[in-house]
Design a protein around this ligand. Sequence first.
Ligand SMILES: Nc1ncnc2c1ncn2[C@@H]1O[C@H](COP(=O)(O)OP(=O)(O)OP(=O)(O)O)[C@@H](O)[C@H]1O
Ligand SMILES: [Mg+2]
Length: 250
Amino acid sequence: MATEKTSTGSSGDNKGKPWSLHPTARGLRDWDGDPVPPTFPRRFWGLGLADVEPTKDSKEAYEAVVEWAQGLASQQERDGRRVCANRAGYGRGLCLSGPYGTLKTTIAAAALYDIHRQQGATVGFVRFPDLLEARRPPQQNKQKDRFRSSHYVDHDANELEHLEEAVRRADVLLLDDVGSERVVKDSGFAAEILESTLRKRFDAGRPTLITTNLLESDWETRYDERIASFLHEVCREYLVLGGPDLRMQS
Ligand SMILES: Nc1ncnc2c1ncn2[C@@H]1O[C@H](COP(=O)(O)OP(=O)(O)OP(=O)(O)O)[C@@H](O)[C@H]1O
Ligand SMILES: [Mg+2]
């Protein structure tokens, strides 16, 4: 995370070019040749935190995300290893929770884009229900996940490979929609995948941003006590966003 790159905020250097006609159009183009990570929704790519205007109910979380993203820059390569000046923050992400349409994904994806552009980190975007479905044993896969995405991702034959690559290799990962997966009674499968994913990344010093509709108090019932406890370690803060569903207003 060393080289400083220019942010492509709304006041960015592509202003006046044909593709700046529509704000979301910027995200559809690798206008400087920087490829969109395979499972990263194209509509979010190209949108930095400066492009997101938080509501009064998401402002506090937004500011915490900005501060967290800036703090990641203190992770430096030393002797080929990524180390952190502040050991207490090493590998720790954030959890953004709240009702539908309160900008959780928008803010988290914008943070990842900035971290990539400004700090040179590799970033990944994975919907947790997609990861589960891709890994689910065949006998549990008869009924397709009704939350199966993807209004977001253009699926292709290499999807599983791309999801796995993002989970394992991205310096910073957005694990989106945790808790919106199909519940398979008594399987423990979701809890197992969630814990191993978060733990491996945390141990490797790779932070994960989580978005969820779950309240902090829901995690123990939804998954288990162990994950509810680990959540406090893997996430520096459990941020709560509120307000009306913005999708209903646009
Ligand atoms: N100021 C704004 N900046 C960005 N998006 C906005 C804004 N106001 C309204 N929107 C709209 O709000 C929508 C919802 O945002 P987002 O997908 O981030 O919500 P979410 O909290 O992740 O919801 P969910 O819990 O359903 O996943 C966006 O797709 C966008 O169309
Ligand atoms: Mg979302």
